[in-house]
Design a protein around this ligand. Structure first.
Ligand code: HEM
Length: 392
């Protein structure tokens, strides 16, 4: 996103493509020219098409940065695989992230949220909402779920920041990835000997002991879950709060409602409106096919731009307006098709608990700096704010 425009909108030059050239070539850092798909229906068609591959090793795959190209080679998880391999690995985890299992976590998530707010209330003002709240909530939850010691968060937050920063070199990305993989593989081996009640222990017992997966393969899966499980939700908490502070009437509605459905609906609209995974879903065609009337040839890269698709007025009337009352659940902020976000039931509950609690307990919440001074994440492949100074 370029600076100076509304910090919640996709770049105007890309948004314009949606009406003028909805499937068009763009030039990437390596000189390659994949297709950028921007209409809602076309994005869903791309993501649902079995002739479109998510395999990051295929020639023509449009890597976001040189670092992400180098890193994916080293640690390939099922997000970068196609079926049937993708489905076989994903299936090992579907039980862990079922809505019912996640609902059972709601009281624990509420407790985590309340404790962090207690600590904020007891501490100095202003505070950085990212450091004090937005990052700890999903980090604590995913650590408990996976069985990763929360005490090691400084290490994995740093590694995670390195892999999603746009200016990370390939060497830095591979080094951070390897450190994280080594750390997780050691943890998995330790859990095989001394299991706990957590997901990595279950994989150590079911996959490592039987020889179905190596500790390194489980570590790559753990790395995907650990990074996807905290970065995205943390950015949604912080950026969602900024968006609501800029729309005080809607913030007041969330704060004052006693109806969980109003909050659940607001979560969907904020996911749609902010669509923090700004770099699009990256894919490559494995056969000649047509998307939106455009011929895409086998081997050509495709970027399905969810952030722009979520602002398509054929799917969402007045799409550039935040409207927490609208029906937005058909958004593509969690992707679409077989790779649709596995953690979405968890992310939804985390965000429902956060938005339903934070503004009620801190009714005077406000920015401690002007909006224009906030450090928006123009330099990361997942959007948000680096810091969010607030008072109350
Ligand atoms: C608000 C928070 C979140 C957002 C916006 C988000 C977004 C996404 C998107 C767009 C995809 C699709 C990737 C693609 O098609 O290439 C995805 C996949 C995935 N997400 Fe999330 N995610 C969030 C939270 C989480 C959480 C909490 C977890 C859990 C641990 C998680 C785990 C995953 C995994 C494992 C995949 C890969 C699924 C597959 O390839 O089959 N995500 N996410």
């Amino acid at each position: 996103m370029s600076r100076g425009q509304c910090p919640f909108d996709p770049p105007p030059e890309l948004a314009r493509l949606q009406t003028e050239a909805p499937v068009s070539r763009v030039r990437l850092w390596d000189g390659s020219t994949p297709w950028l798909v921007t209409r809602y229906e076309d994005v869903r068609a791309v993501l649902a098409d079995p002739r479109i591959s998510a395999d990051s090793d295929r020639p023509g795959y449009p890597h976001v940065t040189p670092a992400s190209a180098a890193r994916r080679k080293r640690a390939k998880a099922f997000i970068s695989q196609d079926d049937p391999e993708h489905a076989a690995r994903r299936r090992l985890l579907t039980g862990d992230f079922m809505v019912r299992r996640m609902e059972a976590l709601r009281p624990r998530i509420q407790h985590i949220v309340d404790e962090l707010i207690d600590a904020m209330l007891a501490g100095p003002k202003p505070a950085d909402l990212v450091e004090a709240f937005a990052l700890p909530v999903p980090s604590l939850v995913i650590c408990e779920l996976l069985g990763v010691p929360y005490a090691d968060r400084a290490f994995f937050h740093r590694a995670s920041r390195t892999v999603i920063a746009r200016d990370t070199t390939s060497e830095q990305a591979v080094a951070a990835t390897e450190q994280l993989l080594d750390y997780l593989a050691d943890l998995v081996r330790a859990k095989e000997k001394d299991p706990g009640e957590d997901l990595l222990s279950r994989l150590a017992a079911g996959q490592l002991r039987t020889g179905a997966m190596t500790a390194e393969e489980i570590a790559a899966m753990g790395q995907l879950l650990l990074i996807a499980g905290h970065e995205t939700t943390a950015n949604m908490i912080a950026l969602g709060t900024v968006a609501l502070l800029e729309n005080p009437a809607q913030l007041a509605e969330i704060r004052d409602t006693g109806d969980p459905k109003v909050i659940a609906n607001a979560v969907e609209e904020l996911l749609r409106y902010l669509n923090i995974t700004h770099s699009g879903r990256r894919r490559v065609a494995t056969a000649d096919l047509e998307i939106g009337g455009q011929l895409i040839r086998r081997g050509e890269g495709v970027i399905a731009a969810g952030d722009i698709a979520n602002r398509d007025d054929s799917a969402f009337p007045e799409p550039d307006r935040l409207d927490i009352g609208r029906k937005a659940r058909h958004h593509v902020a969690f992707g679409y098709g077989v790779h649709q976000c596995l953690g979405q039931p968890l992310a939804r509950i985390e965000l429902q608990v956060v938005y339903g609690t934070l503004y009620r307990r801190l009714p005077g919440l406000s920015l401690a700096v002007p909006l224009a001074d906030l450090p928006f994440k123009h330099d990361m492949i997942v959007y948000g704010v680096h810091e969010l100074p607030v008072t109350w």
